[in-house]
Write a protein that binds this ligand. Sequence first.
Ligand SMILES: Nc1ncnc2c1ncn2[C@@H]1O[C@H](COP(=O)(O)OP(=O)(O)OP(=O)(O)O)[C@@H](O)[C@H]1O
Ligand SMILES: [Mg+2]
Length: 206
Amino acid sequence: MKTILVVQGKGGGPKTATVRNLAVAVATAGLRVGTLDTDPQGSLTHWHSLRPADVAPIAGEQRVLGEVTERPTPQGLDLLVIDTPTAVEFFPESTALLFDAADLVLVPVRPGPEDLVSMQAMLPYLHSRRRPMRLLLSQIQPRLRETADARAIVAGMGTPAPVEIPLLQEVPRSFMAGLGTAEIPGTRTGPLFRDLWAYLSAEMGV
Ligand SMILES: Nc1ncnc2c1ncn2[C@@H]1O[C@H](COP(=O)(O)OP(=O)(O)OP(=O)(O)O)[C@@H](O)[C@H]1O
Ligand SMILES: [Mg+2]
C-alpha cells in the first residue's frame, strides 16, 4: 500500500477537495483506495456519507489528528490518502507519524498572496520531514498575472506537479453530490485529477 499525505498551512487550502477528487480518480481507475480524515471538522467524512450507493467504493475512516498515536496501516488498500486539518503544528507527534507513513506529501497551494506567505512559512517544516513532496497549484485562474507569479514562486519552493487545478464551481458542486469530478461526465477537472494520479503513481513507482 502507498500513502499520500495531503497537508497545507492555510485553511481553505484546498486539502479536502484534493483528497476526495484524487481518491475518486484512483477508485475509478479500479484500485482499492481509502481515505483517512484527521480533521475534527470532518468534512471529508461528511462527503463520504453523501456518496451514492452505485459509485466506485472508497473506504473512509475518521480519526482526529490529536488521537493519531500510531502509523495508519489499513488493510486491503492499494492507496491511502490522508486529509489533515489546518494547524497540524498543534499536534507535532501525531503529525510526525503521518509524515512517517507518507510515501508522498502533496501540498495544494492557491495562488493568493496569503496562501503563498503561509506556504513559505511552512516550508522549513515540510522539508525537515524529508519525505518526497509535490506541490499542486489549485483554484487557479489561468489567465491572471498572479497565476504566472505563483507558478514562479511555487517552482522555487519545491517540485510542482505538472497538473494545475482551475477554480471551477464544479468542484464544490461535486462535494454536495458525494462525488468526485472524475466521475461526473463533462467536467474539466475530472481528467486533471486523473492526470494528477497518473503523475503521482509514476513518481511513487506504483
Ligand atoms: N478547484 C476549485 N474550484 C472551486 N472551488 C474549489 C476548488 N477546490 C476547492 N474548492 C472549494 O474551496 C473550499 C475550500 O476547499 P477545501 O474544503 O478543500 O479546503 P481545505 O484545505 O480542506 O479547508 P479546511 O482547512 O477548512 O479543511 C471548498 O468549498 C471547496 O469546495
Ligand atoms: Mg478540509
